[in-house]
Design a protein around this ligand. Structure first.
Ligand code: ARG
Length: 579
């Protein structure tokens, strides 16, 4: 039950009762909070249809609602707005119901959709870099948002584990240890370690870029590997295992969890059949030795390039495994919706992929495929984020930088009675919280600038500000016991505004989920933090001597804190024990 929906329902009924169409009648938050809390603008467009003055229509609606016990006042205002103020009793009764419900009266979705969120997208044997960071942060929160709504959601990391980078790493490993020292599982376990992998890929890949023969050998190995057996495959399996173990650690550090650790390679047993079927049905044809599907439509300007299934050397590509993955997900999980949280620069690839699915009908059913692209994280200078040496910034180093900054800030706020170990743990929560908050507070499709100091500031629209607010409330609550669950009528505007804001959370959650835009929720969380700061500055809680007042204020903070915690969890931000 959403408070604003209840108000809209009442307004709609009034329109019908007064003899008007109620299609556009809905209640929005007031644009003039100095005059009213809510407004309805539906009388203006109706005036034309019914050939009446908007003010006359508004007056009739106001009249119908004059006896409704939800409203303190509904006033017709020139040129035909309805300005609405709700009764404190009605608002407070809703707040009490919200506080009594562990789901805050959230309306779970009626028809859950089986959804896979494809995010993370780490590449095996390469270290995670900032490009993967956004996918992890945004994807995790989209997954949690949809789950909160009640959908059946699985997160899949969709590892890059079957492309050319594998041939490069395998060649590098063979050259270091000699193929004779990689024959047994024991040998491979001894030689293939994470530190070996971290060095091997950058070295060999630089070499392959310079030297055509080396590149040709890497491609040959990749092709052999894709047959799914032999020594290259054995080496690959070890590389995969070592890499995944390391990736799991890194993602865990970010608080990101995947249900499925699948990758491109998991399609290896279905790719052939898929290609044959596409050939047989006449969708795939040869073009310059490659096997392609034409997918462009007349309306496409410029035309959409063909979808490539197989290169002229017979190797399959990123596109091939992505197409096969869709089939597999349908088969294995009966998936209805797939959301890809990937860099905007891959937009064309996904357009091609989705078009191929639609054109060939290969999934055998209607599928909802969505590309949820994101922009680039830049340095303070507005250029893609780099290390001092100009290389790609590793995720680990980036998190370290945030933790160090957070630790510095905490030295000013946290007392000496806290152990260094605990301080480090809190610095981690604050550093990661700062990063996630900053990343998610812009619309995902926008680029943004990475700025450690600004992100970690305890003031302004930042993660630490929100976390700090929550920590303060928790410490007040720790000192207060509530005698009954009751929340009394608002004591003044600050509390009334807080109540209204509390009822708005559902609109924020639903809006963010609908648009796959966690920034909508982050904005709400920030507003809530600001309102709560005002609230606990305005009203004493722990030191209040009137026990009824104290009780009601405590319960107000309790509801606010629980809601804040729940919403922060959706965006993956933890509340530290102290700050
Ligand atoms: N591994 C890819 C990359 O690093 C991202 C994978 C995204 N998911 C997908 N199904 N293509 O760019």
């Amino acid at each position: 039950m959403n408070f604003r929906d209840i108000l809209t329902e009442k307004i709609k009924n009034a329109f019908v009762e007064a003899g008007y169409d109620d299609k556009n009648a809905y209640v929005s938050l007031s644009g003039r909070p100095d005059l009213c809390q809510y407004q309805c603008n539906a009388c203006l467009p109706l005036a034309k249809i019914y050939k009446q003055k908007p003010m006359d229509i508004a007056a009739k609606i106001a009249d119908v609602l004059s006896n409704d016990d939800a409203f303190e006042s509904v006033v017709a205002c020139p040129p035909g707005f309805l300005n609405i103020i709700v009764k404190d009793e009605f608002l407070t009764s809703f707040i009490n119901k919200m506080a009594a419900d562990d789901q805050f009266l959230f309306d779970k979705i009626q028809n859950p959709v089986k959804t896979i969120v494809d995010y993370g997208g780490a590449n095996v044997a390469k270290s995670l870099h900032v490009g993967h960071l956004r996918s992890a942060i945004i994807g995790e929160s989209i997954k949690r948002l949809l789950r909160f709504e009640g959908h059946e959601v699985l997160g899949d990391v969709h590892l890059g584990d079957w492309g050319l980078q594998m041939g490069i790493v395998i060649l590098g490993i063979i050259e270091q240890f000699g193929i004779e020292n990689l024959q047994t599982d024991e040998d491979r376990t001894k030689n293939i370690t994470i530190s070996v992998l971290e060095k091997t890929y950058p070295q060999k890949s630089a070499e392959a870029k310079q030297n055509e023969d080396v590149m040709a050998e890497c491609k040959r190995i990749t092709f052999e590997l894709q047959k799914g057996e032999g020594i290259y495959f054995d080496i690959w399996q070890k590389v995969l295992a070592v890499s995944v173990e390391d990736l799991k650690k890194n993602y865990a550090r970010l608080g990101v969890e995947f249900d499925l650790w699948k990758g491109e390679s998991d399609t290896r047993n279905v790719v052939r059949g898929m290609i044959d079927a596409l050939k047989e049905k006449g969708f795939a044809h040869e073009d310059d030795g490659a096997l392609v599907i034409d997918i462009t439509n007349e309306q496409d300007n410029p035309p959409l390039p063909p979808f490539i299934l197989e290169k002229s050397d017979g190797a399959i590509l990123y596109s091939t495994t992505d197409l096969a993955t869709i089939l597999q997900r349908c088969e294995e999980f009966d998936t209805q919706r797939m959301i890809y949280v990937v860099d905007n620069r891959q937009g064309t690839h996904f357009k091609q992929l989705f078009r191929t699915v639609a054109k060939t009908g290969i999934a055998g059913k209607e599928l909802d495929l969505e590309f949820s692209g994101f922009g680039t994280m830049n340095g303070k200078d507005g250029k893609p984020y780099k290390t001092r040496e100009g290389g790609v910034m590793r995720l680990e180093d980036l998190i370290n930088a945030l933790e160090t900054e957070a630790y510095k800030k905490l030295e000013d706020t946290i007392g000496n009675d806290v152990s260094d170990e605990e301080k480090k743990e809190i610095a981690h929560q604050v550093g990661v919280g700062a990063l996630k908050f900053a990343d998610l507070s812009n619309h995902r499709s926008k680029d943004y600038n990475f700025d450690v100091e600004r992100f970690c500031s305890f003031e302004g629209k930042t993660g630490p500000y929100v976390q700090y607010t929550a920590v303060r409330i928790a410490s007040i609550l720790a000192k207060c016991e509530s005698l009954s669950a009751k929340i009394d009528l608002p004591e003044g505007d600050v509390q009334r505004d807080l109540f209204i804001l509390l009822t708005e959370y559902q609109t924020a959650v639903k809006g963010a989920a609908f648009e796959l835009a966690p920034n909508i929720l982050v904005d709400y969380i920030y507003q809530l933090a600001v309102a709560l700061n005002k609230y606990y500055h305005e009203y004493k809680v722990a030191t209040e001597t009137d026990i009824d007042k104290k009780n009601s204020r405590t319960n107000t903070l309790k509801l606010s804190f629980e809601l804040m915690k729940t919403l922060l969890d959706i965006v993956g931000i933890e509340i530290p024990k102290r700050m």
